[in-house]
Ligand binder design. Structure first.
Ligand SMILES: NC(=O)c1ccc[n+]([C@@H]2O[C@H](COP(=O)([O-])OP(=O)(O)OC[C@H]3O[C@@H](n4cnc5c(N)ncnc54)[C@H](OP(=O)(O)O)[C@@H]3O)[C@@H](O)[C@H]2O)c1
Length: 247
């Protein structure tokens, strides 16, 4: 693959999918910088990091400047930081919706925009968002999350066309349920709100995937690595479903 020597930024790299992407790309020879809000989680990954809330454009600018000073111009951004809050639509507040848009949509736009000058100057770049199957279909009780992830897919499709002649590709990876701390918190919420056992809650979620299982973070990382390769240079503005056939 072709990430060796590339400077890769992974947001939300301190846990779950982001940590798996960071580890795989570092193992493939990339210079990886991980971003997140919690220093202990970042430090535990033994990779260069910047503490950064991706919802803040100023914080992103500062983190990218520091990362650039340490490891050079940015070649790849994996915009993975995200959160999934659940609430029935009737009870959803404007603040709930804003919070989901802030991290899941603005958090992607902010980091892609920050990396764009480096990628344009190099005539090569990879912008990758970790969206979700919730960017391609609806699920109950997560309307704000679904709205934000659909918006990321829209951003991906539009930007892919806008940058098509620059050597930069823009793609979204859309996994179904992935076994990570985020999924653990979702299962906690389901058991607390419904009284279902943990096993029953897990089975309910696994039933969405025709393969009847949770996806592993390393599977998302493998797709991100492939999207960075020269062999994937025609894949652009695409939303890649990793869902066992759900979509
Ligand atoms: N797990 C699933 O079932 C699933 C399915 C489809 C898509 N996804 C997507 O996959 C991505 C990764 O999630 P995950 O499952 O790996 O969950 P996770 O382990 O909770 O990872 C999310 C990461 O994002 C970071 N983060 C959250 N808000 C942030 C902010 N404002 N600024 C910077 N970093 C922030 C978190 O670290 P800090 O809190 O320390 O900042 C955390 O490391 C998300 O975009 C999620 O929507 C997950």
């Amino acid at each position: 693959m072709s990430v060796s020597g590339r400077h890769v930024i992974v947001t939300g790299g301190g846990s779950g999918v982001g940590a798996a992407c960071a580890r795989l790309l570092a193992d493939e020879g990339a210079k990886v910088t991980i971003l997140g809000r919690t220093e202990e989680k970042l430090a535990a990954q033994s990779l260069p990091y910047q503490v950064c809330d991706v919802t803040s454009i100023e914080a992103v600018a500062a983190a990218f400047a520091a990362a650039r000073a340490e490891s050079g111009p940015i070649d790849v951004v994996i915009a993975n930081a995200g959160a999934a809050a659940s609430v029935p639509f009737a009870k959803m507040t404007p603040a709930d919706l804003q919070a989901m848009l802030a991290v899941n949509l603005m958090g992607v736009s902010n980091v892609w925009q920050a990396a764009l000058p480096d990628m344009k100057a190099n005539g090569w770049g990879r912008m990758i968002a970790v969206a979700s199957t919730a960017g391609l279909r609806g699920y109950p009780y997560v309307s704000a999350y679904c709205a934000a992830k659909h918006a990321v897919v829209g951003l991906t499709r539009a930007l892919g066309r806008e940058l098509a002649r620059t050597g930069i590709t823009v793609n979204a990876i859309c996994p179904g349920f992935v076994e990570t701390p985020l999924l653990e918190r979702s299962i906690d919420t389901i058991t607390a709100k419904t009284g279902l056992s943990r096993a029953a809650a897990e089975d309910t979620l696994k039933a969405d995937n025709p393969q009847g299982r949770f996806i592993q973070p390393c599977e998302v990382a493998a797709s991100a690595l492939w999207l960075c390769s020269e062999g994937a240079k025609s894949v652009n503005g695409h939303a890649l479903s990793l869902s066992g056939g759900e979509l």
